[in-house]
Ligand binder design. Structure first.
Ligand code: NI
Ligand code: MN
Length: 227
């Protein structure tokens, strides 16, 4: 399992030759200026919610690649209006067994409107289970007691958690989330892109390590194997 960071909350995860792309926000992200959205690979695009910093490049990448876009019913309908034909509507609590493994939608405590103001349904996170490993992609969310259900549902190998505060959990709550989800191996996301969510990266890593947990902060464009 290879993980590539495209900035903000956008990651590519390659599972046995299948490319999953989470929350594509590349062409409008100055921190991702070195990434060409027209070259990013995708067989599946998973969109956690409708905010522009999670969906900005979804339509163009879906049309170019023919990838299946996985999101809420409301975002599915919006994507169809934008001319995206290959879209899988899901909702919280549902799971889908597909070619790379299983995707399960879980609760996120946040909001979700689309760039044109349309209602995006409830924001979601995803649990991915595959022969190569299992992980949780939280999307934009506050710390929530529902995360304890994730810890009880599956043993996950690592998790993508937002750590930038202001719009989502910050570092302090992300450390608590580790205990709720039963996983101490975290890749941070949703930080530094905007002035509201700037963090001190060293302090963030130190806070995790003082709590006996590991925070990986990837460089934009960097690819790692499963942390
Ligand atoms: Ni958001
Ligand atoms: Mn966001």
């Amino acid at each position: 399992m290879n993980i590539t960071y495209y900035g903000h909350s956008c990651f590519g995860v390659e599972i046995e030759g299948k490319h999953l792309l989470f929350d594509p926000f590349i062409s409008q992200n100055p921190l991702a200026a070195g990434i060409n959205a027209d070259e990013v690979k995708a067989d599946f695009i998973l969109v956690s919610h409708g905010h522009f910093d999670h969906i900005a490049d979804a339509v163009s990448i879906a049309k170019r690649t023919g990838a299946t876009v996985i999101s809420t019913w409301e975002i599915h309908e919006w994507l169809q209006k934008q001319g995206v034909t290959n879209s899988r509507p899901m909702n919280i609590g549902g799971k889908w067994m597909t070619s790379f493994g299983k995707v399960k939608c879980v609760n996120a405590v946040h909001s979700s409107s689309l760039p044109d103001g349309s209602y995006g349904g409830n924001p979601m996170g995803f649990i991915i289970e595959s022969p190569a490993g299992s992980f949780y992609y939280a999307g934009d969310t506050a710390l929530t007691m529902d995360m304890k259900l994730i810890g009880e549902y599956r043993k996950i190998d690592f998790a993508f958690l937002p750590i930038g505060d202001n719009f989502t959990m910050g570092i302090d709550n992300a450390i608590i989330a580790c205990d709720f989800i039963g996983c101490a191996n975290i890749i941070g996301m949703h930080y530094n892109t905007f002035g509201y969510i700037v963090i001190d990266e060293n302090e963030a890593r130190n806070s995790f390590s003082r709590a006996g947990k590991k925070l990986t902060l990837m460089k934009v464009g960097e690819t790692i194997t499963k942390p």
